[in-house]
Design a protein around this ligand. Structure first.
Ligand code: SF4
Length: 84
């Protein structure tokens, strides 16, 4: 099963909450009015990343496509290919 890496450029999130509306399984709003990937550690550069299973790919792709400022990205973890 392919694994994917869900990435969030959190410093550039504008807090519109579209990702939370589309995929509440992986996204939640924080008190600072930016979104968080649920359960994802925050990197020193402020980005968040979470390994996701193939079964969650379509819902996270929909969340990424809903983001008006394109700060949600998906990569194929097996070969490093950037999908979004
Ligand atoms: S859709 Fe994009 S800009 Fe809006 S809260 Fe989610 S990550 Fe932030």
């Amino acid at each position: 099963m392919t694994k994917y890496l869900l990435e969030h450029d959190r410093p550039n999130c504008i807090g519109c909450a579209a990702c939370v509306a589309v995929n509440p399984k992986h996204w939640v709003m924080n008190d600072d009015n930016k979104a968080d990937i649920i359960g994802a550690p925050r990197r020193p550069d402020g980005w968040e990343e979470l390994e996701i299973e193939q079964g969650d790919f379509e819902d996270d792709k929909a969340a990424a496509e809903s983001c008006p400022v394109n700060v949600i990205h998906l990569k194929n973890k097996d070969n490093g290919e950037k999908i979004l």
